[in-house]
Design a protein around this ligand. Sequence first.
Ligand SMILES: NC(=[NH2+])NCCC[C@H](N)C(=O)O
Length: 323
Amino acid sequence: MNSWKFIRNTIGLFGSAVHEGQTKTGTELAPRALREGGLISALYNLGWEINDMGDIQGKNFRTNNVKSKFFRNSQQLGSINGEISKRAYEIASKQKFMLNIGGDHSVACGSIHGLLEHYSDELRVIWVDAHADCNYQLDSNRNYHGMPLGHLYGAITEQIKGFEWLKQRLDTKNIIYVGIRDIDPMEREFIKDQKIVYYGMDEIIELGIGQVMTRILKQFEGKPIHVSFDVDSIDPEFAHGTGTLVDGGITSREVHYLLRKLAASRQLVGMDLAEINPQLEKTPELREEFFGDFQQIGRIQGTQTVALGIELIASALGRTLVL
Ligand SMILES: NC(=[NH2+])NCCC[C@H](N)C(=O)O
């Protein structure tokens, strides 16, 4: 029996095999690596029904790319995110949990947009990331994985070909950043002006992750919550396989705690897992028997960051430590 507040006992899952939001290839391989590593059986073992919709292949949306003046691969990313948004909406409207496996973080534009179409301004977002991803100045050399929130906040006002479907806006009052520590000047100003609530590394150190979660859950009390999780929020020691490493991050025990707390709130309705790049792993050999509790989720296989990714999703979806 499922006691989650806004959803039935089913996960609507899809991969977003996308690397076009930045310049390194490899993030498009993550959905497959997570599946092969045992993600589906882990979720099944936690008691979920799974509606696996397969992967959206970014490469199938390739356009005759004349260099975009807005940002790299703008039209292609517009079509990809339009498809992601459609799927996220379809999943949410059937009261299922929306699980979007990236892909670089550009894929959160579509998933959050789709959730907003269903939950409207009730939706709350926790953005766990080393970066704020709210750049909004357009330039042909920009990478959209640093911009999806700039777009969703409405700070990008230009009509961009491919993004005609983008209608919803995310109110800056309805998001909280966790783990940010590498912020561009434009983002800094924006966060300050908009008074966006954040728990960067200093706040996490000063308050402790326990108090941070207490405050977040109080602020978002009673509302449906989506967590957009970028693995570069985690210290590179625990998650090396990602393209924009930033030292001094959250530890693996802290992020698992954060996600377990969200699960325990029963308010979670969606998750993105972004920026895992299996090609960039320092130790590419598989880490079988990553750590212990196979009763709850079964056997996991993968490189360091892939295996951790599966465990993170499991923490968000009800894996517990003792009882
Ligand atoms: N999701 C990410 N890893 N984002 C990194 C963004 C880095 C930088 N702020 C940029 O806009 O290019």
